[in-house]
Write a protein that binds this ligand. Structure first.
Ligand code: SF4
Length: 227
């Protein structure tokens, strides 16, 4: 599908200003520009419920991957299966060492002693390997999620991983996301109805507003995937 954005110049030193583009237009543009070397990073949270709908409306063969830490909630794994059935797709699985191998090398429950090291092994390194085969990735980052994300652009050069990063929902509020989920009757993670605004690995996620429930009680606020 041709979009008015298709001819935007792409220079990492001077990323195009696509802030006025709607999420739909941005997803369409990104897929046209990069498919099949672009994929949605899916963490099965409310933002991905919206993005999956946008993505597959544009291309039935769009690519999606998820970081499978082996420690996701059962509800998240159930939504993973539901997503594959609904869209007739296979969500690519990016994973680090088995839990057994990690325990043998670093001891049991590394996440409780050194969550930064655990996130590096189970999220950061598998993400790096996944992104090495892509020219762009799509994320569910929204500016209001945290101070660290407040400066996110709709498209930006990801210096750390060396590819383009597309954030179609950068200017959406949580209310916008939920309005779209209800309007489109999209499947979503039932943990959101139990007070989990943000959902990660089971050992490191508690109910809470915003990202308050992630690594609660520690200074850690990010996995290291986005900064
Ligand atoms: Fe490990 Fe917790 Fe990071 Fe998951 S969120 S990879 S369990 S430290």
């Amino acid at each position: 599908m041709s979009t008015p954005l298709a001819s935007a110049a792409l220079d990492p030193a001077a990323p195009p200003n696509l802030e006025a583009a709607s999420a739909e237009a941005l997803v369409a543009w990104a897929l046209e520009r990069f498919h099949p070397r672009i994929a949605l990073a899916c963490s099965f949270q409310q933002e991905e419920s919206v993005l999956l709908d946008l993505l597959f409306a544009e291309r039935t063969d769009a690519r999606v991957f998820a970081l499978d830490t082996g420690l996701l909630f059962p509800e998240t794994y159930a939504l993973w299966e539901q997503t594959e059935r609904r869209y007739g797709t296979r969500v690519e699985r990016a994973a680090g060492p088995t839990l057994e191998a990690q325990a043998a090398a670093h001891g049991d429950a590394l996440w409780a002693r050194d969550p930064a090291a655990c996130c590096t092994l189970r999220k950061v390194e598998p993400l790096r390997a996944q992104l090495a085969g892509l020219d762009a990735w799509i994320t569910g980052i929204r500016r209001e999620q945290s101070p660290a994300r407040a400066g996110a652009h709709k498209i930006e050069w990801d210096e750390r991983h060396g590819l383009w990063k597309v954030n179609p929902l950068a200017d959406w509020t949580a209310k916008d996301v939920w309005r779209r989920i209800h309007e489109r009757d999209l499947p979503y993670n039932p943990l959101h109805d139990r007070g989990y605004a943000s959902i990660g690995c089971a050992p490191c996620t508690q109910p809470g507003a915003g990202r308050d429930g992630r690594w609660a009680g520690s200074d850690k606020t990010e996995c290291g995937l986005h900064g």
